[in-house]
Design a protein around this ligand. Structure first.
Ligand code: BG6
Length: 525
């Protein structure tokens, strides 16, 4: 977590210290300030680069968190210029008035080269450009694949044969989708491992860079109070949800080929599940943690049709502000598409801690609100003496928006009466940590790559297990053309999802609702 206004040395010092504490040796995996560094964005003219990657490297640069001796190289097919890229990025960069000077300096460090993805000669030219800057010194290179998956293979071959750093490290950041199913993911993994070592590969799942997702380890293993109850004896169900209040809105081309299970459930939500459910790792070393995550995944059987509800949003002519179009009204989506935009799936972890506790993953677009959270719902009190009044305790880890941690619990109604009511113990981050600026997930993760820490990146065996769980159902849905249930844009999703939730021991009473300022009524699920 970066304190506002803190200087780079302090931050880097803290990162170094924490890496040392977890025994990651600072032996050159970390960066030496004096060495030249090149950050190469492949796919620099694309949406991801403009919206996420350029803003992230600018923020890291602005906060002096990057090595001093660095250049940024954009590479893509388009014959564009840095000025043009800058113009497309400007609205995402959040430049404050007093930062104009630094912002101009940042763009001076940026270069662009147009080239094809399958031309070795073009990559050799890129290498020559990088070499000119590096001037024969020990130099590190980081390649960000912000590319359509169709060119991953050819681009990585070209990096391997034409662009590896000769005297420093080379690291490759790979964006999802990592394949479309078990076989295609395996093929990509085999391809990448024939070119690079696992230590050079950083598979990014940006949910692993979010504050409250990273907090799960500390909460669970840095506190005495949670662990004794963190099991099937006490927990009724766990709901991990992701909701977005907008649809594809003219950007359905990519989404339609993947659908919500591949876009959100198989990666972001499953990664959160592993951190909620894993056993305590032997240490905080990245591989100890990832070993535990893999073990949890190995205890999960492939998802079955009876354990899932699929939905697709339809238009809402009376939508707030203006009429909201349905998924099939999006011109970039085929008229007969059966791609789900909503899914609720239930997984069982067949181990001693969790057997019989439903882990419910829920995700959807064009829903009633933006929210991502983990809701650990405890069982009913046994031997109740309060005539059925106690409601279930819940521990809620609110990932976004408005990071918070709260425990729903019963108290005596304050005052004369001896009655009871629901309330919560509330740790809302922007109140408790009002002066702390939480970095964006990509900022954390890209800095981790510079530092050589793979703790928050997905290892190839995790990926393999994730696809094992979801591939059979994905194939079944596609082969038998399962039609998703319609739900209205801006609603809570198909009603059948609530029924599946209920039958999996999740209770929603609606009698008490937490809100960040606790004075308005907002939907709870
Ligand atoms: C991406 C998905 O991985 O995550 C998008 O491809 C989704 O469909 C996005 O909108 C959500 O990320 P965040 O950080 O805004 O919750």
């Amino acid at each position: 977590m970066l304190k506002q206004g803190s200087n780079a040395e302090v931050c880097l010092g803290l990162i170094r210290q924490s890496l040392k504490k977890i025994n990651i040796e600072d032996d050159g995996t970390f960066f030496d300030e004096r060495n030249p560094h090149a950050f190469v964005i492949l796919g620099a003219s694309g949406d991801l680069a403009h919206k996420k990657i350029y803003p992230t490297i600018w923020w890291l640069y602005r906060d002096s968190l990057l090595p001093k001796n660095i250049i940024f190289y954009g590479y893509a097919r388009s014959k564009t210029t840095i000025a043009d890229i800058k113009q497309k990025c400007d609205k995402y960069m959040k430049v404050k008035e007093n930062e104009e000077g630094a912002y101009a300096e940042f763009w001076k460090l940026n270069h662009y080269m147009a080239g094809s993805y399958d031309s070795r000669t073009d990559f050799e030219k890129l290498n020559q450009e990088l070499c000119k800057y590096e001037n024969g010194l020990i130099a590190n290179r980081l390649f960000y694949l912000a590319l359509p998956p169709s060119v991953y293979e050819v681009v990585t071959v070209n990096i391997r044969h034409a662009c590896m750093s000769s005297k420093g490290w080379t690291r490759i950041i790979v964006e999802k989708p990592f394949g479309k199913d078990f076989d295609s993911s395996q093929k990509l993994s085999d391809h990448l491992s024939s070119l690079f070592t696992e230590h050079q590969l950083y598979r990014i799942d940006h949910y692993l860079g979010k504050e409250m997702v990273q907090n799960l380890m500390t909460l669970r293993f840095g506190n005495r109070i949670f662990n004794p109850t963190w099991n099937r004896d006490n927990i009724a169900s766990v709901l991990i949800s992701f909701k977005e209040p907008f649809g594809t809105e003219g950007r359905g081309g990519y989404f339609d080929q993947f659908g919500i299970i591949r876009d959100i459930m198989q990666n972001h939500l499953l990664q959160i599940l592993t951190l909620v459910a894993m056993e305590k790792p032997a240490s905080c070393q990245p591989d100890d943690i990832r070993n535990e995550k893999v073990k949890v995944l190995r205890c999960i059987k492939p998802l079955k049709m009876e354990d899932i509800v699929l939905g697709q949003y339809v238009g809402n002519p009376s939508g707030e502000g203006m009429a909201k179009l349905g998924y099939l009204d999006d011109k970039t989506v085929p008229k007969d598409s059966i791609t789900p935009t909503f899914a609720l799936g239930v997984l069982n972890i067949n181990n001693e801690r969790w057997d019989g506790v439903p882990f419910i993953l829920k995700c959807g677009k064009a829903l009633n609100e933006r929210k991502a959270e983990v809701r650990v719902q405890f069982k009913d009190v046994s031997g109740d003496i309060f005539e059925g009044k106690p409601k279930r305790n819940e521990l809620v880890i609110r990932v976004q928006p408005g990071e918070a941690l709260y425990v729903k619990l019963m108290v005596k109604t304050p005052g004369m009466a001896f009655d009871m009511e629901e309330t919560e113990l509330d740790l809302t981050y922007d109140k408790r940590y009002a002066n702390v600026k939480l970095p964006d997930a990509y900022e954390r993760l890209i800095l981790d790559v510079f530092c050589g820490s793979q703790m928050h990146f997905v290892r190839s065996d995790e990926l393999c297990e994730a696809w094992r769980i979801f591939t059979p159902i994905l194939h079944h849905i596609e082969e038998t053309k399962v039609k998703p249930l319609p739900y209205v844009y801006g609603s809570r999703g198909p009603i059948q999802a609530d029924e599946l939730l209920y039958s999996n021991n999740f209770r929603y009473t609606g009698t008490y609702q937490w809100t960040p300022d606790n004075n308005s009524n907002k939907s709870h699920l």
